[in-house]
Design a protein around this ligand. Structure first.
Ligand code: DGJ
Length: 730
């Protein structure tokens, strides 16, 4: 296992527990991609074909060999302008205006431990648990170097990718595109899945066969976005949850991204992913380097569940950081849907008292506590307490909440500014807008230029002052609009297209400072719900508010899609009031609870308005969530149904050793005289299981193949909870 090198052949193979990745620099120094997939124990170069395809040019050194064409072979980091007419991973404009880049092999190196990327979030690992493989390519005409980096986490079947582009030449170059990776899959018939949606309906999986040409999932909103997610899967047509071949990748990046998948003239598949070149440019002066964001890849030969387990583990353990990454998360009570902007200290105090009585751990005071913020038209940027609403300041309220035995959390939207704010009146130039043009408003607000140090310093000082003023244990970091009108007063004209990436680098720098200086604060990411649900944010915030849609029926679909890539502990999810504020739908409180338990659990309503029966249910739910927390957040997550097409949402949490299993879900519509539903759980077929509440014992094989009969349902959105314990350990 590990990284194996045959120096003479310039052949490299990376093996993980179940996968293998092969590369070779050929006689011309062209770096070919030979294989990614299950273990083969064989040099896979034999699969390469050298067809004579008209119009696909041959490199000069190949003389008149018409079968040697970059346009037809699988390449590791394809570049533009020298005969490969498919999508490229890198595009450059040189000082003379030419755009060709001809990258050839220069050298390699293997290192213990996992590389870091300056200024960017990346997978981290103990030195003994990861290796780094580097391959250096060079365009000799201009001395432009590209160092491809691979992080290998053998046990997790994870390979990470990032590229460094170095200008060793004698004049500046302009990067127009710098993808994190390219993956050529020359053999096979593939489909792809990407995760699409909109505000309040994020990350729904969309699966389609590949068609010839380029298919794309991307955005130019300045954030990873509600509409498309920086992640994708390529799978065999027969691939399902526990059968079939699939490749997955996600970016550790929160800005605009682009995934392109091309099915070429020879039915070969190429996937390229990275910063969206439509919103990117970078001037690289002599001696400078540019580092791409990291991409994380895995391969599963046994369906989507295994792919998700690999991703869940690497995100939870090797991307999330800090005190809370593996710790039990506090059960929150958030006031947003209970009050919106209409609150004062007394109202919040009452919400806290009701929640404390039922067992909640933390009160989160959402939008509206600062500046002149009685609606979403004003106040953003003025991060000082509104004493009209909270007399005596935050300290007084925090002490009262603490006296109830709860912690206190606070909402911020640091990156934004209202025109009606003290900050904007003093620093109108801090907002992103183009001189002599009226800026586009989103939710009545403008966006601060996070590439500016003075802006970041102001935000750091404001947030740090609040955090020091009272015992604040949590921050919800919101961002409620897409970004346009890109222009920074700090950048020269030729560098304006660097701003979207510089914005994200600035955001990460601010997060890093706050994470470092306030290690006890739990950060929850948010962007109008799940508008920035990505692994970049998860490096700084181990949980993210998944969607502004709190309706259990819709959430089941959103969380289903989210779970393909992201672990349950990262998914912020709350029980809210019915009729639901986004859909008007009425669902039972138990259904809302099991849905919210598939995340970092909490409530977002005034619990005082519930009936006694509902209050008892809430108190019992909180106890139950705490009991099952190690299984829910620490166990393996299985999708047992597809709620976007079936009449049932069903998922399972299983301990690593399969000794304990919890199944949750809901039946959407109950019909009269409905045949009983048999739930096919994932269990150890060799063992016997007892279903809680019953005395019967069944073999795992019976419950997996025959199923567990669900009692007759009554009403719509009927909740499901089944708890199974391996018999010999109960
Ligand atoms: C959008 C968030 O997703 C909501 O939960 C809430 O915090 C509002 N913003 C507040 O403005």
């Amino acid at each position: 296992m590990g990284i194996n090198v045959n120096e003479k052949e310039r052949y490299f193979s990376i093996t993980t527990r179940n996968t293998e990745y092969q590369l070779k620099a050929d006689r011309f120094g062209v770096l070919k991609h030979l294989w990614y997939g299950g273990k083969t124990g064989c040099d896979m170069e034999y699969l390469l074909e050298y067809p004579d395809v008209g119009f696909s040019g041959a490199i000069y050194e190949a003389d008149n060999d018409r079968t040697y064409s970059l346009d037809t072979m699988p390449l590791e980091y394809p570049c533009g302008g020298v005969g490969d007419f498919r999508i490229s991973a890198i595009e450059v404009t040189h000082a003379d205006g030419s755009t060709a880049l001809d990258l050839r092999y220069k050298g390699y190196c293997v290192k213990d431990g996992k590389y870091d990327i300056p200024g960017l979030p990346a997978v981290h690992a103990e030195k003994t648990k990861a290796q780094t493989f580097e391959i250096t390519l060079c365009d000799t005409a201009t001395d432009t170097e590209v160092i491809l980096r691979y992080g290998v986490l053998e046990e997790l079947d994870i390979i990470t990718r990032s590229a460094e582009i170095r200008n060793n030449g004698d004049s500046p170059i302009f990067l127009k595109k710098a993808a994190s990776f390219s993956l050529d899959v020359p053999y096979g018939n593939w489909e792809w899945i990407h995760f699409q949606g909109r505000h309040t309906l994020e990350r729904l999986p969309e699966r389609a066969p590949l068609i010839h040409g380029i298919q794309e999932s991307s955005n130019i909103r300045g954030a990873s976005s509600h509409q498309q997610n920086p992640s994708f899967i390529i799978c065999s047509p027969d691939c399902g949850e526990r059968y079939g071949k699939c490749y997955g990748a996600f970016l550790v990046y929160s800005g605009s991204f682009q995934t392109q998948i091309e099915l070429d003239q020879l039915n070969q598949t190429r996937a390229v992913m990275g910063i969206n070149p439509r919103l990117f440019g970078w001037k690289l002066n002599v001696g400078e380097s540019f580092h791409t964001p990291e991409a994380v890849m895995t391969y599963s030969g046994s369906g989507f569940s295994k792919l998700s387990h690999n991703f869940h583990k690497v995100i939870r353990e090797n991307i999330c950081r800090g005190k809370y990454k593996l710790a039990e998360r506090p059960v929150l009570i958030n006031n947003w849907e209970a009050t919106y902007f209409d609150f004062d200290a007394n109202k919040i105090q009452t919400i806290a008292e009701n929640a404390a009585a039922l067992g909640a751990d933390m009160l989160v005071l959402d939008d509206g506590w600062f500046g002149k913020r009685d609606s979403d038209c004003s106040g953003l940027g003025d991060w000082f307490v509104n004493e009209k609403k909270l007399p005596g300041g935050l300290g007084t309220l925090v002490e009262k909440v603490k006296a109830l035995g709860m912690k206190f959390g606070l909402w911020f939207e640091p990156e934004m500014v209202s025109e009606d704010s003290e900050l904007y009146r003093v620093h109108p130039d801090w907002a992103i807008k183009i001189p002599d043009r009226k800026p586009t408003r989103g939710r009545y607000q403008l966006v601060l230029d996070m590439s500016r140090k003075d802006v970041r310093d102001y935000l750091y000082d404001s947030i740090a002052a609040i955090l020091k003023s009272a015992e604040i244990s949590y921050i919800k970091w919101d961002a409620n609009r897409s970004i346009c009108d890109w222009y920074s007063g700090e950048l020269s004209a030729e560098r304006q297209d660097e701003l979207p990436h510089r914005y994200i680098l600035g955001l990460y720098e601010l997060f890093e400072r706050l994470n470092t200086d306030f290690p006890n604060v739990l950060f929850e990411g948010c962007s109008g719900g799940g508008g920035r649900f990505d692994a970049g944010m998860l490096y700084y915030c181990p949980q993210i508010w998944c969607s502004d849609d709190t309706d259990a029926f819709e959430r089941a679909k959103i969380q289903y899609g989210t779970s393909f890539i992201y672990p349950i502990s990262t998914i912020g999810s709350h029980v809210s009031v019915v009729p639901n504020h986004q859909t008007g739908r009425i669902t039972p409180i138990e259904t809302r609870a099991v849905t919210a338990m598939a995340g970092s659990f909490g409530y977002e309503l005034d619990l005082g308005t519930l009936s006694d029966e509902e209050k008892n249910a809430v108190s019992e739910q909180i106890k139950r969530f705490k009991k099952y927390d190690p299984l829910i957040h620490g166990g393996r997550y299985y999708r047992l149904s597809n709620p976007t097409t079936e009449n049932i949402a069903l998922w399972e949490y299983a301990s690593e050793d399969m000794s304990e299993v919890l199944i949750h879900g809901m039946v959407f519509r109950t019909e009269p005289n409905m045949k009983c539903i048999a739930i096919k759980a994932v269990l150890d077929p060799e063992c016997k299981y007892k279903i809680s509440g019953s005395t019967e014992v069944y073999t795992g094989a019976a419950l997996m193949n025959g199923g567990i009969l669900l009692p007759k349902t009554w009403g719509d959105y009927c909740p499901i909870e089944i708890h199974l314990i391996k018999q010999n350990i109960e």
